[in-house]
Design a protein around this ligand. Sequence first.
Ligand code: COA
Length: 178
Amino acid sequence: MPTRPSLLHIRRALPADAHTLAQLARQTFCETFSHYDPAALEAFLREHYSPENFSAQLADTSCELWIAQSNGQPVAYAKWGAYKLPLAPSYERVVELHRLYVLRSHHGRKIGHLLMEKALRYAADNRAQAIYLGVWSLNRKAQGFYGRYGFVKVGEYDYPPVGEVVDREWIMMRECGE
Ligand SMILES: CC(C)(COP(=O)(O)OP(=O)(O)OC[C@H]1O[C@@H](n2cnc3c(N)ncnc32)[C@H](O)[C@@H]1OP(=O)(O)O)[C@@H](O)C(=O)NCCC(=O)NCCS
């Protein structure tokens, strides 16, 4: 019997999604980054990936959080909005793609692509001249994905420490058409 195609729904996250986002963010962070001390990682996640933290992000009008659901289950999320990276941007009007995370079980199904399209739409709607992002220097997979969309490396910085580990991050940028 043929399997039923999964139903994908991508929408702006609501205040009621704070718990769901915190759980999804935790899971995708742990799937992506396995080089931290477990106790330090737990402390970092408690501080930065709590439901309260996501409630605050959802109330921040300078940013947007989006969520992707497959057959009603949360499988990816993304965040974009005001530029906050520690590098003077090359343009007056810029935005930042803060997060883009798809559950490992759902990689390669164009979910990242659909969220990227929404981020680029946001940039265009806000008349941004460029969109920036930060990505771990050793996350070659994500760098390759961003490269497909025309992002190029324009700088580096140190990510806030997780325990004793200070990760080097790349700053990538893509110009946006007028
Ligand atoms: C990076 C990530 C967002 C990509 O999302 P995805 O849903 O797996 O990717 P998609 O299926 O939408 O792929 C879209 C296109 O990019 C291509 N692509 C995907 N990964 C790629 C890679 N590593 N290098 C080059 N191209 C890639 C796909 O082949 C596809 O191209 P096509 O349309 O020509 O087939 C996802 O793998 C992920 O969440 N990774 C873990 C979290 C992470 O690292 N996030 C970034 C933190 S900064």
